[in-house]
Design a protein around this ligand. Sequence first.
Ligand SMILES: [Zn+2]
Length: 240
Amino acid sequence: MAADLLKEFLERKVSDAAPEKQTPGTCAIFCSDSRIDSSAFASEPINNLFPPRNIGNQVFGLMGSASYPIGHLHSVRLMAVVGHIGCGAVAAAYKMSRELNPQFSPRSIEAAVQRTYERLRGKRRQLVYTASEEAVRDELAPMAQFFANAANVIGMDEEPYLPKHAEANVNLQVAALLHLDRVREKVGKGELIVAGAVYDFLGKYGPAGSTYLVNVNGKPAVQHELAQIPEIRGCVKSFL
Ligand SMILES: [Zn+2]
């Protein structure tokens, strides 16, 4: 019953009093998928984790929410984009991309990311909808455009739930973060790390609940010096 859900929602006391000001160290962008517990990514999530969420963990859909902590919460030292195995939004965007004509043959995911960003810049997003499906498709459009642009490097599989699709999308979203001036500036000064990760709650590629680091500051994680740190090395992976 919907009323029971509302009652439970209102009765649930989720925390004790919080601090007057928020000082999170991490801003992590998650997919809204209800199987993901974003709070589980911090040992004490309250006042430590700033978690913008939308379908497909897309920075494009929440540029303001991703920019806010960098400009106004100076405690943030880590920004993470957390994609996941079995993402319905990624699969939907991938299917949408089949309707688009790429007209571009990239040699790498990085080139496809760059091309996608160039084509999206300056496009005004529609903010008023009457058809709900149109709103969903519009929110997924940047990702669909990217998959169309990246078709030659990702492949033309019919199966859109492969981890390479989640990883490719994470690369796109990390690149979108790195286009933000404040983010770029802080990364340049060594004050901020932008990480891209793929979360496997289905346990398809290792123990269920594993999170794989795929991107650091816009580069494949396997090529980054952080991959040499023993505590991190075991989590570094690439599905592409
Ligand atoms: Zn998802």
